[in-house]
Design a protein around this ligand. Structure first.
Ligand code: NDP
Length: 237
């Protein structure tokens, strides 16, 4: 018997979908029947994921190459999703950057600003642009990807940790604000996962010892489903 598709016909936007966790979430959502809008800067990476998605579902994703620090581009993305679908059922704010692992006093101001922009401010701008579209859905779902670094101060992880803490408070504030609507908002801390970012942070580590992005997609589906009742939670796969 064919398995039930848990995101049949849901319109889902995934940021950071050119590789790593975002690409795995996009593939899994395609398997669950979602229509996908995928963003990242690297067009080639998005196209590779799109090829995989066509294999899975027979349907092309909508690819929107953009730099999330171009905040006006986020507003334009909201306008084009409205034009095409009139609603957004699922927002996955996954894109992120590690920045530099170094003492606070040694971080370049431009690195501080960029990491804060990608990891925190861009997600606020996504909320700002997508909130009316999520509310136009019968069950809008937002999921943001954070890290243990956002909760536990660790030497040299300053800008990444600060940006994730800001993301968490942004998401939890949004969750409180939508409590009485059809929208539900949660955070996922994926834990150590075999991606380019993890290898950048821990170059000496054997990647084979880590779970893969495809291993952790169940929780994303659970929080994206219309039947999800969780709100304002920070969960680990
Ligand atoms: P990757 O580096 O593999 O992927 C990051 C994604 O973000 C890429 O698709 C990248 O696309 C995109 N991205 C980065 N900067 C920008 C930008 N300026 N504009 C648009 N897109 C951007 O990392 P992961 O898959 O590991 O990370 C995904 C999320 O998971 C991040 O938020 C990370 O902090 C979090 N996380 C990861 C953990 C792990 O162990 N891997 C542990 C805890 C949290 P492109 O370069 O094409 O723009």
């Amino acid at each position: 018997m064919a398995q039930e598709k848990r995101l049949e016909d849901r319109v889902a936007l995934v940021t950071g979908a050119s590789r790593g966790i975002g690409a795995a979430v996009a593939r899994r959502f395609a398997r669950e029947g979602a229509h996908l809008v995928l963003t990242a800067r690297t067009t080639g990476g998005l196209e590779e994921v799109d090829d995989e998605i066509r294999e899975i579902s027979g349907e092309a994703a909508t690819l929107v190459p953009l730099d999330l620090t171009d905040f006006d581009a986020i507003d334009r993305l909201g306008a084009s999703i409205f034009e095409r679908f009139k609603r957004l059922d699922v927002l996955v704010g996954n894109a992120g950057q590690l920045g530099t692992l170094s003492p606070l006093g040694h971080i370049e101001p431009k690195t501080w600003d960029r990491v804060l922009a990608v990891n925190a401010t861009a997600n606020w701008r996504l909320i700002r642009s997508m909130d009316p579209l999520l509310k136009a859905s019968d069950a809008g779902r937002a999921v943001f990807v954070t890290s243990t670094a956002g909760q536990e101060p660790r030497a040299y992880w300053g800008i990444y940790a600060v940006s994730k803490a800001a993301l968490e408070m942004t998401a939890l504030t949004y969750a409180a604000e939508v409590e009485n609507t059809n929208v539900r908002v949660n955070l996922i801390n994926p834990g150590p996962t075999r991606t380019a970012m993890r290898a950048e942070a821990f170059p000496g580590e054997d990647p084979e010892t880590l779970k893969t992005p495809d291993d952790i997609t169940d929780l994303f589906v659970e929080l994206a489903e219309a039947k999800c009742t969780r709100n304002g939670e920070l969960l680990q796969p």
